[in-house]
Design a protein around this ligand. Sequence first.
Ligand SMILES: Cc1ncc(COP(=O)(O)O)c(C=O)c1O
Length: 195
Amino acid sequence: MTDEIYEHLVYGDAVFSSMPVEVPAVAPRCVVINGVAKTYAMTGWRVGWLIAPTEVAAAVGRFQSHSTSNVANVSQRAALAAVTGPMDPVAQMRVAFDRRRRTMHRMLNEIPGVEAVEPHGAFYAFPSVEGLLGREIGGRRVETSEDLAAALLEVADIAIVPGEAFGAPGYCRLTFALSDDELEEGLTRWREAVE
Ligand SMILES: Cc1ncc(COP(=O)(O)O)c(C=O)c1O
């Protein structure tokens, strides 16, 4: 199963590639999933699709029809408008994400104790925060990335997702799907809380 939901959100020299296109031999047992949530900023419309061998697609259709009945018609119409409409708004959005990605990467690495690699796709950074563990932030002892998330919420009013949720303690996930101003404000607060 290959989740291609971020196919249009790649940056710099990164190139999107689809598994059954790269390796046609796997196509007969490959299920490609995708949706409108990311490319068209339609999170919440609850529309996705799959491309799969006929018998798999038919079984999925039967399962869905008995579990949820259907995708709301209004959402289907909106999704159709999105996938058949012009792609310029997507290109504009990608330019904004690309700018925010670079801002986030730079500002994360300016926080003492945080080390971030540059994201090449999607809209998340996943920095190491190991350099912040074993110290105090705003009078709170921080031993784990989970403690760090709680401390930053309390002290700086900012929300990060601790790496424990992804099986990667010592790291955390942040999104740059927010305005440039809010992004800079949040990361400034994090740096100030640490300093
Ligand atoms: C890799 C990946 N696939 C799928 C989704 C979810 O898409 P949807 O909103 O259509 O359920 C997300 C959203 O967080 C995602 O990160």
